[in-house]
Design a binder for this molecule. Sequence first.
Ligand code: ADP
Ligand code: MG
Length: 663
Amino acid sequence: MMDLKTIKGIGIKGEERLNKLGIYDVNDLLTYFPSRYDVLKRSDLNNIDTLDKVVIDGKIESVPLVLRFNKGLNKMNFRLVTKDRMIGVSIFNRAFMKTHLTIGTNVIVIGKYDKDKNILTASDIRLGSLSNETKIEAIYHLTNGLSNKNLSNYINLGLMMYGKELPDYIPLYLQEKYHFINKRITLNIVHNPTDMEKLKLMIKRLKYEELFVFMAKVYYLNEKNRKDSGLTRNIKESEITSFYEILPFSLTDDQKKVIHEIVEDMNSSKVMNRLLQGDVGSGKTIVSFAAMYFNKLAGYQSALMAPTEILATQHYNNIQKLFKDKVKARLLIGSLTKKEKKEIVEELSSGKIDIVIGTHALIQEDVTYCNLGLVITDEQHRFGVNQRANLKNKGITPDVLYMSATPIPRTFALTIYGDMDISTIKEMPKGRLPVKTIVKKDDEIKDVLNLMYEELQKKHQIYVIAPLIEGDSDINEQKSVSNLQDKMNVAFGMKYHIGILHGKMANSLKDEIMLKFKNSEIDILISTTVIEVGVDVPNASMIVIFDANKFGLSTLHQLRGRVGRGNIQSTCILISKEETERLKILEKTVDGFEIAEEDFKLRGSGDLFGTRQSGEIMFKIANLKEDYRILLAAKEDATEFWKKKDEELTPLKESIVKLIDTN
Ligand code: ADP
Ligand code: MG
């Protein structure tokens, strides 16, 4: 797709900034959708409540007066003549605008209006006036150095230059069926809306397109799988028992049941396509180790893919500890030297390695396998369909096992992952103490610090999830984490070692900190929600989550799963300013499935697929939950689309297959 620099004004700097937003080519740019829309409609000041947000326009009547305070803060006051009155306007921290705000300038002011004082405290000021029609403004997520206006200009220039060339993945017959209009006009409206109703229709069209492509890919991959016939093995009950014997603990009945389900698939000629679901801490990993062990006994290689290096390393170490020299396992991750990688790649293709554990490196590098028979992905919801397909394509017809702690209702899983079997672990390992959960209000922070202190004195470790800050830019994220670090240092008199983690730190640094925490060199780990799913630190016995009400229950449950992984009593403290009622559900239950159901009921668009920070979002505009109806339609249409024999559809089919190969 077209180079961003071909658009006037972007240049090298602009390109770098756009890259930060995940925009790498013109297609990305034109499909970078507004995060919200501001509706600008002149308010009638005679007819408002004190708390209403008002929008008003007028001419500046007095030279703005700037008051300066500590720490670079400032406040600016001026008089404004509107259509029917004169009011005072005051706004914080916009002194830099003063030169533009000369007497007679037309401005639009947004804020709260105090009738008695006749003062409007503005949150935003823009040059210009309101028209009589309602104006809708597209507002984008931005990055430093890039204004909403810049971005909007780039997009509109891009639309002019390339709008016609943009691929449209909805076949014509479906566009007609749904009365969709063409893609260029659709995008134009989404970026420059004038009418709410029309905008909604256009968004629906884009959601449909995204889901149609998604379901078309799923259908294609499933069909491809169906044609394959799988490996047969002859794993015997005695081999299963011999596996049980090398374990340091006895498996739960659920774990045993699931192992048998997997063995049955592996022995049959059908290709295994199985999802292993189980709550955090239910012991899925050991089940995957069993499968890989039997696969090795049958003479095949296995690959285990984890979303992060630290998780891959954890699995690798556990495998080494468990099997010792019974299997030859290697760890293939991005941070290895070229030489090390080369060695592993050679040993994989010659068949010396039985089990390889890694991250994306498993699919990204030039890796070939000798006889890959089993592919396992951990924290499956963090990978896209394509990534899984790529890995699978490395073997001839390997069996595939996906593991996930995110409970997905069955019908839903079937829709998005196609024809897949599901195994579930419900039972927790014996001796596990359920995590005690306490909901606290913001002003009870002293209690929280006391509880933390008690825990630290027992030489236990603590996770702290830092508060979310509006606008969540990198800087804010960093600020909120280091603020907390300062506060805790004060509270605990610098006696404990505090580590911090946030989104924009380099992966190697994140891993280093995580490792230190794992090795007990850090007592308190403060982070945004970037802390890794699946990491096992049994000595961590407390997690404190700020702004808990801003997360979905399922996300909170996942976070809570970071503790309670050993045999010490663990505690989860949820801190929140308001709305603690919902959080109380977590005090009552530790059952992830039950919580997911509650989330579903409460939020409608629950966060089954996690938060944005954890990289789980797969769609630019569609939302699997909210747009479930569109998804179902798209699924039906995608099936019909592949079955149609029309030659006219061939190029479109080919371009969809290409999307699978390239992403
Ligand atoms: P998850 O399902 O969240 O991936 P893990 O597989 O990481 O959970 O297991 C969590 C912890 O429980 C690990 O330390 C693991 O060794 C331990 N574990 C797993 N199964 C059992 C069991 N049957 N008895 C005791 N401990 C177990
Ligand atoms: Mg796990």
